[in-house]
Design a protein. Structure first.
Length: 275
């Protein structure tokens, strides 16, 4: 086996992107499309992975074997069968983030808490390559206008040059997602607790309100009955008064000698006092 070359010093993201941009300018501009975007991929791969001429396969001296019927694919074994951990298993061994409910009910607008503060409370430290750093790599002017496949290859190679794989930003995204889910779970449990606590208080206030309304309803009914009784007495006496006044007028009428009878009957000359 040939002697392995010493590993180059890990470059910063800024250095990688700057050299990618210089390489792209040297390679020339490439328009969109599979035919020309392949040139961009080739240029990027030439930048990150240098292929020696003696490592290229001798395609002319190695003719393709003749087909002898359907080719049976052999079962993948060893490293070929392993494609790395599933995304869901990247941080499966880490403890789930925990958030404590606020001690008081009116603790401010918990829904407006900044994401960075949530991540910090969840104990997420700095990642060698966060998902935000991945976004910067994808939005870099060097590859921003390239097809998605080109950007994926370029970013993957940039991460490889820094000594890490795409699992690093993916793990950071999964950790953030778990923190957001845990914070949402805390808010849901907090809402349920507040609901249970306040439901009993609301029921008590409702009962007190109903009892208060019953007492006031009874008081109003008593007042209305008092008014009705006073009006009934006034009407009853008016009828009795008219009968008595007619009797009095009839008694003195013969002695008036044609003069007007001074006894008034009914409401004539009577004006009730306004309240």
């Amino acid at each position: 086996m040939p002697n392995q070359k010493p590993l180059a010093k890990s470059k910063s993201t800024e250095e990688i992107l700057r050299e990618m941009e210089e390489m792209t300018h040297d390679a020339g501009s490439h328009s969109r499309g599979s035919a020309k975007s392949g040139g961009a991929i080739k240029s990027l791969m030439d930048f990150f992975v240098k292929i020696e001429p003696d490592e290229l396969p001798d395609q002319e001296s190695a003719p393709l074997p003749k087909s002898r019927g359907p080719v049976q694919s052999a079962p993948a074994t060893g490293a070929a069968a392993s494609r790395g951990p599933r995304v869901s298993d990247l941080v499966a061994g880490e403890p789930a983030p925990q958030f404590s409910a606020p001690p008081q009910v009116n603790a401010g607008n918990l829904a407006a808490k900044p994401f960075d503060e949530i991540y910090r409370e969840a104990g997420l430290g700095d990642s060698p390559c966060s998902v935000d750093e991945l976004a910067k790599l994808m939005e870099n002017p060097t590859v921003a206008n390239q097809p998605l496949s080109v950007k994926v290859v370029a970013v993957s190679l940039a991460l490889t040059a820094k000594g890490m794989g795409v699992d690093t930003p993916i793990s950071d995204a999964v950790r953030r997602d778990r923190a957001l889910d845990a914070y949402q779970r805390m808010l849901s449990e907090h809402a349920s607790t507040v609901d249970q606590q306040n439901a009993a208080k609301i029921q008590k206030i409702t009962q007190e309100t109903e009892e208060y309304l019953k007492r006031k309803q009874t008081e109003m009914e008593a007042l209305r009955a008092e008014i009705a009784e006073a009006k009934r007495q006034s009407v009853d006496f008016s009828q009795r008064r008219q009968t008595e006044e007619k009797r009095l007028a009839d008694l003195i009428s013969p002695f008036l000698e044609g003069k007007a009878n001074p006894v008034t009957i009914g409401d004539q000359g009577f004006e009730p006092k306004q309240a």
